[in-house]
Design a protein around this ligand. Structure first.
Ligand code: 4UV
Length: 531
């Protein structure tokens, strides 16, 4: 049975992201503040933002880059991210966004896989950026360090250098329905990170679909969720700009700094992941700040417990709406949300399908479709979704694409959900192997491959262990090689040296054999039982 969104259809114009976000901007809106640097307080109006976007697009085109080229953006949330991201899209370039916490080898992998011809980084991330670029064979000319590489012996171009010789924004033409806007990396339902091909229409559609969340021109939105990840990209960089909200950027999560921004800028709409919701509900520091401007907190990227949602309301005030959004990179990402106006929907659910989306719930054991009940709640099953925001596929990986996307356009989410009679969905479990540490993706396959490269390890499997603060922590089950003497600390250190901090293995158990199916697949459920 196919369930359709109960929300009214929205128009999805066939235009570029730039055209959709800014094509209809009014004179009055141009004079409003678009972006504030949460650290320095420096403000950028929409008028100067658009001028800067044009200038970046012109500079990129002058370097010979445009439709068909991939550029990697590797930076924390700073105002220049907004300018550069949209400048690149305006130039027709496909942007692959890189996690600011990535190690050099991780950056290399993404550059090589995406075929990026330019890496744009910042001085604070130069070590990983430089090592990553070198590994992928990029030259000095193929790197830009936005704020200038002060301590480097190499003369990389800065953003100021790019803009010193101004060029008009190029006149590019492409079909928004097929031209790739971005290539974020996600491991999806299985395996290693893959480039998720999202078109301009995918991103435009998802902003239009997410308007239901209810963020508006009077909202002040702290931007602490990283822009490189699809949640920050669509909801902050795109939705908040389209609705003319004010974005306040923060390069990393520091609770005191975050609360300071909420207080000083009278923040109204908070987009968070569950660990930030936990801090808002429980941390004593919250009492030292005036957070009375907040009207809504939307949590996404990992499950939000209903009790925690209630605790956030109790802490921030009865009038504050706690909402949830759900989705995945492969859906640009939003497929479900609780609209601000729907006070009847529990914040322990992920709400309704967004406009224009269809869903099926399928019993993973039998493949049978599960019906939406006329009362009560359905049986649980895997969620499949179809809509204008669903990816084209994985870059250069038709096999993974075929495993995830059905021929009729339904995407396997790998999440187990239920639906009730009103069309409200609840995420109850995860079928896929993905681990979410504080909302960040940790692909077990990547850690397992790394563990197997250790001479003292004969076999290994990684699962997520429930954790109150992080949601889940990666735990490794390790089979030592014959005669090898390994300690838990050695295994943890071996992985930690090679991966971004959020991917660290945080618990180790030594076992005699990894449980596997006849076809050699790790039986992760067996490892989870009783641990
Ligand atoms: O691919 P990804 O890293 O994507 C995300 C997307 C986060 C979103 C999406 C829409 C929103 O409105 C929003 O607020 C945040 O994280 O990881 C996708 C997987 O993360 C889990 C689920 O397993 C997805 O397949 N996930 C994402 N949101 C939720 C969630 C949620 N609300 N509850 C439970 N699991």
């Amino acid at each position: 049975m196919v369930v359709r969104s109960p929300l009214p259809d929205v128009e999805i114009p066939s235009v570029s992201v730039y055209e959709y976000l800014f094509g209809e901007i009014t004179e009055e809106e141009l004079d409003r503040v678009a972006v504030v640097d949460g650290l320095s307080g420096a403000e950028t109006t929409f008028r100067s933002l658009l001028a800067q976007i044009d200038a970046v697009a012109g500079a990129v085109a002058a370097r010979g880059l445009g439709v068909g080229d991939v550029v990697a953006l590797h930076a924390p949330n700073v105002p220049a991210y907004v300018t550069v991201f949209h400048g690149l899209l305006r130039a027709g370039v496909t942007v692959t966004t890189v996690n600011g916490l990535a190690t050099g080898p991780e950056v290399t992998k993404q550059l090589a896989d995406s075929g990026a011809r330019l890496l744009i980084t910042v001085s604070a991330l130069l070590a990983a950026g430089e090592a990553g670029a070198k590994g992928a064979g990029l030259t000095t000319e193929q790197m830009v360090v936005l704020d200038g590489a002060v301590d480097s012996a190499v003369g990389y171009a800065s953003l100021a250098d790019l803009l010193a010789d101004p060029h008009p924004a190029p006149d590019v033409s492409f079909d928004p329905a097929t031209h790739l806007a971005v290539l974020p990396y996600s491991s999806g339902t299985t395996g290693r990170p893959k480039g998720v091909m999202l078109t301009h229409t995918n991103l435009v559609a998802n902003v239009a679909q997410s308007l239901a969340i209810g963020v508006g021109p009077d909202d002040v939105v702290p931007c602490v969720l990283p822009f490189f990840h699809i949640y920050g990209m669509t909801v902050l960089l795109n939705l908040a700009l389209r609705t003319r909200a004010k974005l306040v950027t923060l390069p990393r999560f520091d609770l005191a700094q975050y609360l300071g921004v909420i207080q000083d800028h009278r923040a109204t709409f908070l987009f968070v992941a569950p660990p930030i919701a936990l801090a808002l509900a429980k941390h004593p520091l919250v009492d030292s700040y005036d957070v009375s401007g907040v009207r809504a907190v939307l949590s996404g990227a990992a499950p939000l417990d209903e009790k925690l949602a209630t605790a956030v309301v109790e802490r921030l005030g009865e009038s504050v709406r706690v909402l949830q959004g759900y989705g995945m990179t492969e859906m640009s990402p939003v497929s479900h949300c609780i609209p601000f106006a729907r006070t009847d929907i529990s914040p322990g659910s992920v709400g309704l399908l967004v406009a224009g989306m269809e869903a099926k719930i399928v019993d993973p054991a039998t493949g049978a479709e599960i019906e939406q009940p006329t009362e009560g709640v359905s049986a649980p099953g895997e969620l499949l979704c179809r809509g204008p925001n669903v990816m084209v596929g994985y870059l250069g990986n038709p096999e993974a694409t075929a495993d995830t996307l059905e021929p009729d356009g339904f995407l396997h989410t790998g999440d187990i959900v239920t639906i009730d009679a009103d069309g409200v969905f609840q995420v109850v479990d995860r079928l896929k192997e993905l681990i979410k540490y504080k909302g960040y993706q940790v692909p077990p396959a990547e850690l397992e491959a790394l563990l197997l490269s250790h001479p003292g390890i004969a076999d290994a499997a990684v699962i997520g262990l429930p954790d109150e603060e992080a949601g889940e922590i990666p735990k490794a089950f390790v089979v030592p090689a014959p005669g090898a003497e390994l300690t838990e600390g050695e295994v943890i250190a071996f992985v930690a040296e090679q991966v971004a901090p959020y991917k660290k293995v945080r618990a180790v158990e030594f076992i005699e054999a990894v449980p596997k199916s006849a076809s050699g697949k790790i039986l992760r459920k067996d490892l989870k039982v009783g641990r």
